[in-house]
Ligand binder design. Structure first.
Ligand SMILES: Nc1nc2c(ncn2[C@@H]2O[C@H](COP(=O)(O)OP(=O)(O)OP(=O)(O)O)[C@@H](O)[C@H]2O)c(=O)[nH]1
Ligand SMILES: [Mg+2]
Length: 211
């Protein structure tokens, strides 16, 4: 049996670039000055009204940027339609990591992906900027990405970014997938949380995937 698949989106990028801040600015209109490093990945539902009155619903995996999670991130690429690669405009290492993710994903996980967006974050840190717009455009064009510069502090370009995600989904053919009730429900429930009791969180992930 076929059913319309969910519109899944993934945010990847080095730790501290501001992935979770993009989500909290868009979803709750809140900016948190403190860095609470994400663990695993969290799933957020977003509904976006595009200009013609159509609402596009999509779910965003906000992944953890710390290197120790890198090997787990490909688990979340399955079924993703839009990939958002984030770097911090004031941090050269994060730009290198963005290049790494674009190369890795386009070479290994490109099937089924409708669009890529490269995001330079922390646009408000004008005096600390290290990445020029030309460098960013060269990288974006190499991998056929849309490019946005955003600030979760001021809110600049945040709505435009989430609108672009909705437009990529809107302009691409709808997806259908075989309904498998067990896997569907498990996949949607994968929201990795802090370990409970003595259980390491990795066991929590694999318990989902091993079913
Ligand atoms: N000035 C400024 N600071 C920002 C901006 N976005 C995020 N930050 C700060 O950058 C730090 C990291 O933000 P997060 O959103 O937690 O980063 P992350 O990419 O989710 O990090 P991980 O979960 O570790 O991968 C926090 O202290 C935020 O306040 C921005 O647009 N401008
Ligand atoms: Mg985070």
């Amino acid at each position: 049996m076929l059913s319309p698949s969910h519109n899944k989106v993934i945010l990847v990028g080095r730790s501290g670039v501001g992935k979770s801040s993009l989500i909290s600015r868009q979803v709750n209109n809140v900016f948190n000055r403190f860095h609470e490093a994400s663990i695993g990945a969290a799933y957020n539902n977003i509904s976006f009204n595009i200009d013609n009155g159509t609402t596009i619903d999509y779910g965003v995996w906000d992944t953890a940027g710390q290197e120790r999670y890198d090997a787990l991130i490909p688990l979340y690429f399955r079924g993703c339609r839009v990939v958002v690669v984030v770097f911090d405009l004031s941090n050269r290492e994060s730009f290198k990591k963005a290049r790494y993710w674009l190369k890795t994903i386009t070479e290994n996980y490109n099937d089924g992906i409708d669009g890529y967006i490269l995001v330079g974050s922390k646009l408000d840190l004008v005096d600390k900027r290290q990445i020029t717009i030309d460098e960013a455009y060269i990288l974006a064009s190499k991998y056929s990405c849309h490019y946005y510069e955003t600030s979760s502090l001021t809110g600049e370009n945040i709505n435009e970014l989430f609108r672009q995600i909705a437009l990529i989904i809107f302009n691409s053919a709808p997806r259908y997938e075989t309904v498998n009730f067990i896997n569907e429900s498990l996949h949607d429930d994968i929201i990795i949380k802090e370990p409970s009791g003595n259980k390491p969180w990795r066991e929590n992930i694999y318990s989902y995937y091993c079913c």
